[in-house]
Design a protein around this ligand. Structure first.
Ligand SMILES: *Cc1c(COP(=O)(O)O)cnc(C)c1O
Length: 388
């Protein structure tokens, strides 16, 4: 994986006579030969990834294409299609899978935005919320897609991908692989048709890019490219360059952050102000490591969680995850605020739950910071009443 990450998507560079990938910012391309232009346009409109000329930037971009090839190599899929955000990538998958069969089966919890997009029916697609063991019973003739995350955002629960694929009985399964990254999990190996990434997170890895990507086979990629051409949810070439630049360090960033997360999960579990810690137990088959995101519930609910968020100094109180710095956020109040409240509670997204995305700081410094913030909770619980 380390070698693939370093070289992925760079195989054409030596022939170009360069060492770093060039950035192609053209919005349009010269088309002196009309017959050639027509056949390039036809090929791209049919969903081909490349043609003799990119014709126009909404149809194709060589810099974006290099990042896509790189991620496909890491996921072990034939192809990959990049989008302007994770939500744009998800929308493209729903449009591609559900143009005729307008029903999806989805497993909660999901990222709050994904949950809300399905629940609000913006795309006119019906949703049945299922558990892993009710997927088969939830499939209808008009089901176009089964949708799940593993590890789940924000409670870190795991879903057996191969079991859901079997229950789906031929209906394509989309797995959001944002938390695990291709370094720790490759859903396509277990039968997922579509592997979705919010590339904003670990793939970008430095908190400065918003992007999405779908790793899949050639047939799905062609359909997704057609949707991308029609809806215009493009990844900008500068963003694609940054994402591609981050791939070589992805395995190192994930492993180093994971080591810190493992230590912090243990230490948090021993703190008096922490009720429970949620951190994946990697089986080594589907999930090759627990990853760098964990969640924990503080004693004292929302007020105690707010105290922790305002007390940290090294850790950044912010949504998002997968950056070089450690981020802490309150799912019930922020990322999962728009999720139906009873569904939120049923998924274990309680008022005292905090999600921690562990970065690359020294683990002792991280623990000092978190412990100091949690100690403030302990002294507030039970509330001190000063008799003056
Ligand atoms: C952030 C996130 C998304 C949405 O991605 P954006 O890039 O913010 O649009 C989807 N799924 C998961 C698991 C996420 O964490």
């Amino acid at each position: 994986m380390d070698s693939i990450a370093v070289h992925a998507g760079r195989h054409d560079l030596a022939a170009l006579g360069v060492h770093a990938p060039p950035i192609d910012l053209s919005s349009t391309y010269p088309l002196p030969d009309l017959d050639e232009a027509v056949s390039a346009l036809d090929a791209l409109a049919a969903g081909e990834a490349e043609a003799a000329s990119p014709v126009y930037a909404r149809l194709c971009n060589p810099t974006v294409r290099r990042f896509e090839r790189g991620l496909a190599e890491l996921e072990g899929t034939e192809d990959c299609v990049a989008f302007s955000s994770g939500m744009a990538a998800l929308t493209a998958c729903l449009l591609a899978a559900c143009s005729e069969r307008r029903h999806v089966v989805a497993l909660r919890p999901l990222y709050g935005g994904t949950d809300h997009l399905l629940a609000c029916r913006l795309l006119g697609i019906d949703v049945t919320w299922a558990e892993a063991d009710t997927v088969a019973a939830s499939i209808r003739p008009e089901t176009g897609l089964v949708l799940l995350e593993t590890p789940q955002n924000p409670t870190l629960g795991q879903v057996d991908i191969a079991a859901v694929v079997a229950s789906a009985g031929g209906v394509p399964v989309l797995v959001d692989n944002t938390f695990a990254t291709p370094i720790l999990q490759n859903p396509a190996r277990h039968g997922a048709a579509l592997t979705l990434h919010s590339a904003t997170k670990f793939l970008g890895g430095h908190g400065d890019v918003v992007a999405g990507a779908v790793a899949c086979d050639g047939g799905w990629a062609a359909r997704l490219r057609q949707v991308r051409i029609l809806t215009g949810a493009l990844l900008h070439p500068l963003a694609a360059y940054l994402l591609h630049r981050s791939l070589p360090t992805l395995p190192f960033r994930v492993r180093e952050a994971q080591e810190r997360a493992r230590v912090l999960a243990g230490l948090l579990a021993g703190h008096a102000a922490v009720e429970r810690v949620l951190y994946p137990d990697a089986d080594g088959v589907q999930l090759r490591g627990p990853g760098a995101v964990l969640a924990f519930e503080v004693v004292g609910g929302r007020e105690a969680a707010a105290t922790v968020m305002e007390s940290v100094r090294l850790v950044t109180p912010a949504v998002s995850l997968g950056s070089t710095d450690t981020l802490i956020q309150h799912p019930a109040g922020l990322t999962h605020r728009l999720v139906d409240s009873s569904a939120r509670e049923a998924s274990g997204i309680t008022d005292g739950l905090l999600r921690l995305s562990v970065g690359l700081e020294d683990v002792h410094d991280l623990w000092d910071d978190l412990c100091g913030a949690l100690d403030r909770v302990s002294v507030l619980q039970p509330p001190l009443t000063l008799a003056l």
